[in-house]
Ligand binder design. Structure first.
Ligand SMILES: Nc1ncnc2c1ncn2[C@@H]1O[C@H](COP(=O)(O)OP(=O)(O)OP(=O)(O)O)[C@@H](O)[C@H]1O
Ligand SMILES: [Mg+2]
Length: 366
C-alpha cells in the first residue's frame, strides 16, 4: 500500500486540455497547493489517442515546471485514462459451492471469466481489474474495470519518459466520484442515500455514471460535448468557431431577453437531445440494477455545468432533481479555483477529475 506521506499530483489528460493538481492534507480536508491547466490544439490527442507524443510531453513538462498557481513538488503522479477507452461496471457473481473463491488465483479466474461477458472492449487487447464490493453466502458483488492495453501503455510510456513515477492510472469516473461525493471520503454503508447520477459534460465528451452506496454501478459515454455544441452554434448562426464559443459561454438559459436568442435555441435543442440520451441510460439502470434504489439526484460537472440555467432545464426534461456538483467538496472552503487564475468564471467544475486524482492515495489509505 502507498504511504500517505508520499507526495504526488493528479494529472488529467483530455483531448483539448491537460490539468494538474497537487493537494496538501490539513486537519479535515485539503488545501490546493498547486493547480494549472494548459490547452491543446485539436489533433494532438484524438479521442484519447495521443497523436503527437512529443507535444504532450512538452506540455506536461511545462505544467510541472512552470505551474502558474503554487508549485508541483513531486515526481509521483496519479493520472487518468481517457473515458472513451475504458469500461467500468458492478457485476454480481453467484457464489455456488463448486466455486473456490477462497484462493486468490481461483477467484481471479472466476471473476475474469464473468467480467468478459460484460466488457465491450476486445478482451485480448484490454487490461482487466476488479475489486470486491460485497461478499455474502449467495453472491459476490464485484466492480470490474477494463482499459485498452495500447492506450494504457502509451500513457504509461509518456509519463515514464518524463521520469515520473506512476502511482496509478485510473478510470476517469472513479476520480470524478471521489472529488464530488462526500460518501467517497467517508464511506457509510449503513446510510441509504439513493442512487445518484453524475453527468460530466466536458469539451470533447460527456459521460453518465450511476452511483449507489459507495460504489459506481456503471458508466456510459454520451455523444454530446462542449465542442460539438459550439460547432452547432457556429453552423446555425453562420459565424466562426471562436465567436460561437464566446456566445455559448455568455449564454444564460434562464434569460428571457431577445439577445443571443438564436444561440440559446441551438443550445436548448442540443440539451434536449442530451436529456433523451440520459433518459435511455436511466432506463438501462432501471432494467439492469432494479435491486438498487431509484435515481433520486443528478449531479452535473465538467465545464458545461457552468452554464446558468442548465440544471433547471435538465431537471424539467428529466423530471428529477438536478444539481451542480461541488468539485471542491474535499477542499477547504477558502480555496476557489477562480482565485487561482483570476479569470472571470470559476473553473472548479473543469478541475473535478484532476482534483479526484489528486485525492486518490489519501482516500484509499483512510
Ligand atoms: N459558462 C459556460 N457555459 C457553457 N459552456 C462552458 C462554460 N464554461 C465552460 N464551458 C465549456 O466547457 C468545456 C470545457 O469543459 P472541461 O474543462 O470540463 O473539458 P475538458 O476536461 O478539457 O474536456 P473533456 O473532459 O471533455 O475531454 C468547453 O467546451 C467550454 O466551452
Ligand atoms: Mg474533462
Amino acid at each position: 500500500m502507498f504511504n500517505i506521506q508520499q507526495k504526488f499530483f493528479g494529472l488529467d489528460i483530455s483531448d483539448f486540455s491537460i490539468k494538474i493538481v497537487q493537494l496538501k492534507k490539513t486537519k479535515e480536508k485539503f488545501d490546493i497547493s498547486a493547480c494549472d491547466q494548459i490547452d491543446l490544439k485539436p489533433g494532438i490527442i484524438d479521442n484519447g489517442v495521443i497523436k503527437d507524443e512529443e507535444k504532450v510531453k512538452e506540455k506536461i513538462k511545462k505544467l510541472i515546471n512552470n505551474c502558474r498557481f503554487g508549485k508541483i513538488t513531486s515526481d509521483n503522479v496519479v493520472a487518468c485514462l481517457p473515458e472513451t477507452k475504458t469500461f467500468i461496471k458492478l457485476i454480481e457473481i453467484e457464489n455456488s459451492n463448486e466455486k473456490d473463491i477462497d484462493s486468490h488465483d481461483s477467484l481471479n479466474s472466476i471473476i475474469i471469466k464473468e467480467a468478459e461477458k460484460h466488457i465491450p472492449l476486445p478482451i485480448q487487447e484490454s487490461y482487466i481489474d476488479w475489486q470486491i464490493i460485497e461478499k455474502d453466502k449467495d453472491a459476490l458483488t464485484v466492480l470490474i474495470g477494463a482499459a485498452y492495453k495500447k492506450i494504457t501503455e502509451q500513457y504509461a510510456k509518456i509519463l515514464a519518459d518524463l521520469n515520473l513515477t506512476i502511482l496509478a492510472l485510473e478510470i476517469e469516473e472513479v476520480a470524478i466520484a471521489r472529488a464530488i461525493l462526500p460518501e467517497e471520503r467517508m464511506p457509510n454503508p449503513e446510510k441509504n442515500q439513493g442512487t445518484k447520477v453524475i453527468l460530466d459534460i466536458g469539451a470533447s465528451r460527456s459521460s453518465f455514471t450511476a452511483y449507489d452506496t459507495n460504489t459506481i454501478l456503471f458508466t456510459i459515454s454520451l455523444p454530446i460535448s462542449g465542442k460539438k455544441m459550439t460547432e452547432s452554434i457556429a453552423k446555425s448562426l453562420n459565424i466562426s468557431y471562436d465567436e460561437a464559443e464566446k456566445k455559448k459561454i455568455k449564454c444564460n438559459l434562464n434569460s428571457k431577453s431577445k439577445r443571443n436568442i438564436k444561440a440559446r435555441s441551438v443550445i436548448i435543442k442540443i440539451l434536449s437531445e442530451f436529456a433523451n440520451y440520459v433518459k435511455k441510460a436511466i432506463i438501462f439502470h432501471n432494467n439492469h440494477f432494479y435491486d438498487h434504489d431509484p435515481i433520486n439526484q443528478i449531479l452535473l460537472t465538467g465545464g458545461m455545468s457552468n452554464m446558468p440555467g442548465i440544471a433547471s432545464l435538465l431537471a424539467e426534461k428529466l423530471n428529477n432533481q438536478v444539481d451542480i456538483a461541488n468539485s471542491l467538496n474535499s477542499i477547504n472552503k477558502t480555496e476557489k479555483i477562480i482565485d487561482n487564475y483570476s479569470k472571470n468564471y470559476d473553473q472548479s467544475a473543469s478541475f473535478t477529475t484532476a482534483i479526484g486524482l489528486a485525492l486518490r492515495n489519501y482516500i484509499i489509505e483512510e
